[in-house]
Design a protein around this ligand. Structure first.
Ligand code: ATP
Length: 430
């Protein structure tokens, strides 16, 4: 590790069951902060720290270093804030893990399936962090749980505008989170489920089905169960989507973070055998502004193409002829019921594939490359339910030449020719 030369060093001595919270200033010019465990033991969101190793956290990071038995750590650099808190819900979270582990043990004994857990709550209550914690604790005791990511705004697995599932095989990396290898990803197309709730529910069902199939053939996955991260939209259709998810995945446990009304509603509406548990949020969870969320989304797309930290990728840029691809948008704009063709319902329009005529307005849009086979016949069948094999961004459109230029993680040609357009745009500033 490079020495933290010239950086101010602050020592924190933490008593047992306390945590050091710190934030790194946001913005390109902000200085990174390094963390080093000097004595004792400590963890960051469920992943243990190695002693005398320097961990680097970039602009905008919000971190908690928790210790069960006491420790001392050094921080190098100037964090925006850094303070020690004795008031954390970590013991409750650990007890939750212990209860889930009991369920896994029982599943193992009785040849049944392990716990399927849904984590819900409004925005900024630490849902993703609780998921990460529970998953890391589970792998640390030898389990192989699955993370199901339904947060289309802030996905921890793939680019925004997608839902996905990922088998977790090792604890999250302290600096980089879970290693994302071979996730199963579906195209949703926008950052809030409200833009097409029918599609959102459909994709939730697809993920549930694939997960169940995997559980049938893989005992470890079945016993490990899953942890489902959801969106912060908990009213109206957002609430209905949670109820739908609970039923699609046949969840056994729902963890409600910091929202009593939601807790009561779910207790009322879910079958009695589902355990609904209310948990407090951590005082350390930091609220994120709209801009902050938008930047995080942008960063996630940039990472997809360019990699991050030690891992740089070099994306390709090439031209694609309009005639070589078929571009669709999922969901036609809703029209009054009275104007629908006979026998057709609004539901059908929300899942309909609408061909997109390429034009200048395609520029900067993110497109998902569908894994659906290219044949004419299958051109429309099953595309909505097919996972995606990657993403490209349109960087330029030449309507005269009937070509568009795209940014792609792999060289030409595109592996498939069915593309799905997202509402999400990405401007490549590199
Ligand atoms: P969203 O609704 O956007 O999905 P969320 O409810 O999933 O948000 P998280 O992403 O888990 O919330 O947490 C928000 C931020 O707070 C993250 O940057 C996370 O690193 C930070 N955070 C979580 N817990 C703590 C803590 N105990 N101390 C300091 N920071 C924390």
């Amino acid at each position: 590790d490079a020495p933290a030369a010239g950086k101010a060093c602050t020592r924190f001595d933490l008593e047992k069951e306390t945590e050091l919270r710190f934030e790194v200033e946001a913005g390109e010019a902000a200085e990174q902060v390094e963390l080093e465990l000097v004595t004792g033991m400590a963890e960051v969101f469920g992943s243990e720290l190695n002693r005398n190793k320097k961990y680097t956290f970039g602009p905008g990071s919000k971190i908690a270093v928790f210790t069960w038995l006491g420790c001392s750590v050094n921080l190098y650099g100037k964090p925006e804030v850094a303070y020690v808190s004795k008031d954390t819900p970590m013991l409750l979270y650990l007890n939750t893990h212990a209860a889930l582990e009991q369920m896994r043990k029982q599943a193992e004994r009785d040849n049944e399936r392990g716990p399927r857990v849904m984590v819900v709550g409004p925005t900024d209550v630490g849902k993703s962090t609780v998921c990460r914690l529970l998953l890391s604790y589970a792998v640390r005791v030898g389990r192989r749980p699955t993370l199901v990511e339904l947060d289309v705004g802030q996905s921890g697995v793939s680019v925004p505008g997608t839902v996905s599932a990922l088998c977790i095989e090792r604890p999250a990396d302290v600096e980089e989170g879970f290693s994302v290898q071979a996730p199963l990803v579906y195209h949703f197309g926008s950052t809030t489920p409200g833009t097409n709730i029918k599609l959102y529910n459909k994709l939730t069902s697809c993920l549930a089905e694939v997960f169940s199939q995997r559980c049938e053939v893989n005992r470890k996955a079945s016993v490990g169960g899953c942890i489902i991260n959801t969106c912060g939209w908990v009213k109206g259709s957002g609430y209905q989507a949670l109820v739908h998810c609970a039923s699609a995945f046949q969840v056994d446990v729902v963890l409600v973070l910091d929202h009593e009304r939601l807790y009561n509603e779910l207790k009322r509406d879910l079958p009695h055998f589902v355990r609904v548990v209310l948990l407090p949020k951590s005082g350390g969870v930091v609220e994120r502004s709209k801009e902050c969320r938008r930047d995080a989304r942008d960063e996630k797309i940039r990472e997809y193409f360019y990699g991050f930290r030690g891992m740089s990728y070099y994306p390709f840029s090439f031209e694609v002829r309009f005639s070589d691809v078929r571009i669709y948008k999922i969901g036609a704009p809703s029209i009054p019921d009275s104007c629908l063709p006979l026998g057709m319902s609004q539901d059908d329009t929300q899942l309909k594939l609408v061909p997109v005529t390429p034009g200048r307005d395609l520029t900067y849009h993110v497109l998902s490359v569908s894994s659906a086979e290219d044949g004419e016949d299958s051109a429309k069948k099953g595309i909505v339910e097919s996972p995606v094999c990657g993403f490209i961004v349109v960087t330029n459109v030449d309507t005269q030449a009937q070509m568009m230029k795209v940014l792609s993680p792999a060289p030409r040609p595109l592996p498939r020719h069915t593309l799905l357009i997202m509402d999400i745009r990405f401007m490549d500033m590199k």
